[in-house]
Each structure stands twice: as C-alpha cells, then as structure tokens.
Write a protein that binds this ligand. Structure first.
Ligand SMILES: Nc1ncnc2c1ncn2[C@@H]1O[C@H](COP(=O)(O)OP(=O)(O)OP(=O)(O)O)[C@@H](O)[C@H]1O
Length: 259
C-alpha cells in the first residue's frame, strides 16, 4: 500500500489506515489498509461472512472501529456519514410509499427543497427507465425496477462516495448485466467514487478499477488487483480477464474455511 497521499498525480479521496473491528469474542478484521482515488471503482471480493458488510458499516460511520483511522481528502476524520450513501442487496423501499415518494426520502431527511428534488427525482427515474411508474408502489414493479429506484434514491443523497453492498445479487442474470452498465454510467456521469461488495468474480472484473480480495476471518486484504489499464466497458471476458477470473477463484477458494 502506498503511504504517499499522491499517486499518479491524483489525490486519494479516501484512505483507510489500519482499521480494526472487534465484536465481543470476534475479531472481524485487523489492520485493513486501502486507498481510493476520486472517481474510481473499487470492488471487494471475499468469502461469505468474512466481514465485508461490517467493513462498509465502519467506513460509513454506522459502526465504530476499534483502532486505526480514516482520512478524507488528506484530513483525518471521525467518520464518513456526510460523504457516503449506502445501497444494500435488499432495496429497503417503503412498501406503503410510491416509487417517487421513496426516492424523495433523502430530500426529506436532509431538509432539501422538495419541489426542486421532486423534479430531479422525476428526471432521474425517467433516465433509469422508470418513467410512468412514479406513482406505482414497490410491490407493483419488478425486482430490477425496485433496485433502479433504490439506485436513484442513493444518488439523491448527493454524496461523493457510493457504498454498494451486493446491490445486484438478488437479480436475474440479464437484469444484473443491464444494471451493471447503469452503475458504470452513474459512476461516470455523476462523477461518483464507488466501493462495491460482490460475490460475483465476473461482475468485479467488468466493473472494477481496483479489486481487493479479502481473507476469511479475521479479515485482511490478501491481494489488490489494479485494473485501471483495462478500458471499460468490458463486454466479455477475453483471455486476459478469463485468466484473472481463474486466479481470483483459486485465491478465494483457498480462503474457504472448509475447502
Ligand atoms: N452486530 C454484530 N455483532 C456480532 N457479530 C456480528 C455483528 N455483525 C456481524 N457480525 C459477525 O461478523 C462477521 C462478519 O459479518 P458480515 O456480515 O460483515 O460478513 P459479510 O462478509 O458481509 O457476509 P456475507 O458475504 O455473507 O454477506 C460474521 O461472523 C457475523 O456473524
């Protein structure tokens, strides 16, 4: 891990320095270090239960860390509550609210100008293929449409970092591919820095600028794969990505406790 705050002329937006998380009787992770540049896409892959979601909750300031620190734009900060918006596998849309009211939740929570945010929300819903569905309730639309609405809601928090915790894993393969492209579009168009957890190695290879492979508990970063020189969109695997897929698979298989 570089300790220099600059690399390739770009300043790190987020720097995680030696953080540790311990629950009573369980050390989840110890001495995690990584950095992300503004506008980059980092993907975390690791065995089930290794602490990926806990790591994201600590980064987001939802849970406290036991040691280490986090730097934001070169400054030490206590948490990143105001810089991150999180999206989970479960869309967490309120079943009694329409899609439009659901995506307006950030505007209400943050006390923003509702009329302005409403126009923004309607525009974003339309750009994510949800035009005409604004007044539908979550149970009236498909899983992919609900996740699109959840993505729009995450965007309306207007935060620099998106923490995506397996946002697509409940979706069918085709919808998943379509939404992967939309996430890439969001990242570029809205200049977001994305940190994403997935169990899908191909998904990581399609999306990432950098992949972090995590070990079993207590978790550490066992390998960092730099993919910044591989242009996106990466439509199909090709020999280089296929070899990387095989390598990642064999590393992660070694991390399965009962392998
Ligand atoms: N609040 C908590 N108190 C105690 N232990 C917890 C708590 N939250 C999570 N854990 C434990 O921490 C470990 C890591 O959990 P976490 O959900 O972060 O893993 P994960 O890698 O995201 O899992 P998965 O890939 O299955 O989603 C697990 O053993 C879990 O039981």
């Amino acid at each position: 891990m570089p300790t220099d705050p600059k690399r390739g002329g770009r300043q790190f937006l987020l720097k995680v320095c030696g953080i540790t998380k311990i629950y009573p009787n369980l050390t989840v992770f110890r001495n995690i270090n990584f950095s992300t540049e503004r506008g980059s896409f980092a993907v975390f892959l690791g065995p089930s239960g290794c602490g990926k979601s806990t790591l994201f909750r600590v980064i987001a300031g939802i849970e406290r860390k036991d040691s280490g620190h986090i730097e934001w734009k070169g400054e030490k900060v206590s948490d990143l509550k105001d810089e991150t918006a999180m999206m989970l596998q479960k869309d967490l849309l309120l079943p009694w609210s329409t899609l439009l009211d659901n995506v307006l939740i950030p505007a209400k929570v943050l006390g923003k100008d509702l009329q302005r945010e409403r126009n923004k929300a309607i525009d974003l819903l339309s750009r994510f293929g949800l035009s005409g569905f604004e007044d539908y309730f979550p149970y009236q639309v498909s899983g992919g449409m609900r996740q699109r609405a959840a993505l729009v809601r995450t965007l309306l928090f207007d935060r620099e970092i998106l923490l995506l915790d397996e946002p697509l894993s409940a979706l069918d393969a085709l919808t998943r591919r379509l939404l992967q492209k939309e996430i890439l579009r969001i990242q570029l168009e809205f200049e977001k820095t994305v940190l994403m957890i997935t169990h899908d190695i191909k998904e990581a290879l399609f999306l990432a600028d950098r992949i972090f492979l995590l070990s079993h508990l207590p978790t550490g970063i066992i390998k960092e794969i730099d993919m910044r020189d591989m242009p996106k969109p990466r439509q199909n695997l090709g020999p280089k990505l296929a070899a990387m897929e095989e390598e990642i698979f064999s590393i992660l298989r070694g991390e399965l406790v009962d392998a």
